[in-house]
Design a protein around this ligand. Sequence first.
Ligand SMILES: CC(=O)N[C@H]1[C@@H](OP(=O)(O)OP(=O)(O)OC[C@H]2O[C@@H](n3ccc(=O)[nH]c3=O)[C@H](O)[C@@H]2O)O[C@H](CO)[C@@H](O)[C@@H]1O[C@H](C)C(=O)N[C@@H](C)C(=O)N[C@H](CCC(=O)O)C(=O)O
Ligand SMILES: Nc1ncnc2c1ncn2[C@@H]1O[C@H](COP(=O)(O)OP(=O)(O)OP(=O)(O)O)[C@@H](O)[C@H]1O
Ligand SMILES: N[C@H](CCC[C@H](N)C(=O)O)C(=O)O
Ligand SMILES: [Mg+2]
Length: 489
Amino acid sequence: MNGEQIKNALQLVKKNDTDLRHVRVSQVQHDTRKVTENTCFVCIVGAVVDGHQLADEAVAKGATLIVAEKELSVAVPVLYVNDTQKALAQLSVLATGNPSSKLGMVGVTGTNGKTTITHVVASILDDNNRSSGIIGTMYSKIGDRQIPVANTTPDSLTTQQLLADMVADGLTHCTMEASSHALIQGRVRGIDFDVAVFTNLTQDHLEYHHTMEEYFLAKSLLFSQLGNAYGEQGKQKLAVINIDDAYGERLIPLTAANVLTYGCQGRGDIQAQNVVVTNHGTSFDLLFLGEIYPVTMKMIGDFNVYNILAAFGACYGLGLASEAIIRSIAKIEGVKGRFQLVPNHRGVTAIVDYAHTPDGLENVLKTINKFAEGAVYCVVGCGGDRDPSKRPVMADVAMTYATHPVFTSDNPRTEDPTEIIKQMTRHLSGNKYVEIVERREAIEYALSKAEKHDVVLIAGKGHEDYQIIGTTKHHFDDVEIVNDYFAKH
Ligand SMILES: CC(=O)N[C@H]1[C@@H](OP(=O)(O)OP(=O)(O)OC[C@H]2O[C@@H](n3ccc(=O)[nH]c3=O)[C@H](O)[C@@H]2O)O[C@H](CO)[C@@H](O)[C@@H]1O[C@H](C)C(=O)N[C@@H](C)C(=O)N[C@H](CCC(=O)O)C(=O)O
Ligand SMILES: Nc1ncnc2c1ncn2[C@@H]1O[C@H](COP(=O)(O)OP(=O)(O)OP(=O)(O)O)[C@@H](O)[C@H]1O
Ligand SMILES: N[C@H](CCC[C@H](N)C(=O)O)C(=O)O
Ligand SMILES: [Mg+2]
């Protein structure tokens, strides 16, 4: 690439008549730590650092061109735009050859269910001779490679590079999570989604979005940016929306794409009826286009019925036949750390689950109450440096739906774990619950108290194999701790 091509790809807010054809650009980058010779450096205003203040450093490291939204005085040409996040997305698409246009792209947003749905969609596609990559909370998955990611939805440059790798590896599809932070920060701008899925919207991340209305606005961007009903090559664009969620209903007029709704309460294009949940699976009837498909699956819980309906809609939108999708659903094993049963010799139903929001926790506990024969222990904490307003609500949920809540630490991050637990429980009274700050101790306590037929839910960290204390990640794995305990007792 050269500077002139970069200039032409951007909407400049300050005229630039300099001929930039001689400016060589070997990569686009927003991080000085990755700047090399002939880099086009894009200055992003972050929460911690302002990239504009690092422009000189970028030039010293070899940047030949700068893209900025604030006035700069540096030794190389500067292109000025209104919004450097948007420019980064546009240039990332340019630099990688617009890979999303070559993939069947599914974006999933909503408070809960994104990771689950991306995995279910990928399993169904793979089972039907497609090959699907994943970008999300656990990793970015390209074929057998699992690439660690810092964010559920990476920055636009990383995302486009991952998509380009998927195309290079011959993948046909990609399903990715679009977090609300990412939507606001433009990390998914420039992605040519074919299908956008909405799961649900309940309280989370209010430390960042401030109000539910702002949080909804963030989520809605995936749908308002979905384009019209016909994509580049006449491909249909489709929004798959949970109609049982009032926010889902509000999304419908915001998108120009076709819409398929789903629900379990008698409304929607795709419906579930006659749901039966046990401690080893779920069955229900899926209604679509006048047909009734009986579904039996290993995934447990009403909330997973919603996830399956969403995945069904997405796969149908990508061109799979209903019957083929239904056949594949029966084979799905479930997703790591999502209602994961940990087998043991004591007759205790031990479950590790990633519920870390009030709604997630309520759904999981309600599901457990459908089949629990004995007491229900719930080991749960709340993450530090995350929405403090959800803390007392999550404690209330545990108090309402569990027999024995055990309040403990999640990832304390830079907060004092004792103080987080205090914020969860300060309004509670009585002796129904216990507080044990050390998470391992709390898990072992619940397991030691549980008897045959009791359930122990260990919530909040699911697949995570670490605990973040301060800014350090320590190895920590809920499933491993449960297995260790049962091996010894
Ligand atoms: C609050 C937030 O969303 N922060 C995200 C944001 O970082 P930031 O604003 O702090 O960036 P910054 O460190 O100030 O840097 C600003 C600019 O300077 C550059 N820089 C910085 C340092 C340096 O030495 N050199 C340099 O060039 C950076 O590359 C960047 O371009 O942009 C970064 C790049 O995209 C993200 O990695 C980072 O996510 C942080 C790690 C984070 O914890 N985010 C969470 C809240 C988040 O995004 N979560 C959602 C999932 C939520 C959910 O649904 O559950 C997610 O998608 O992960
Ligand atoms: N459709 C759903 N509705 C409500 N709760 C759900 C739903 N699906 C999953 N959950 C609960 O939320 C937890 C997280 O699920 P999942 O990882 O699929 O969500 P996510 O949206 O990817 O979360 P994150 O934003 O942290 O990445 C699960 O472990 C389960 O407890
Ligand atoms: N993506 C979510 C994950 C929360 C998981 C929980 N274990 C915590 O650390 O709060 C977040 O970053 O808010
Ligand atoms: Mg996720």
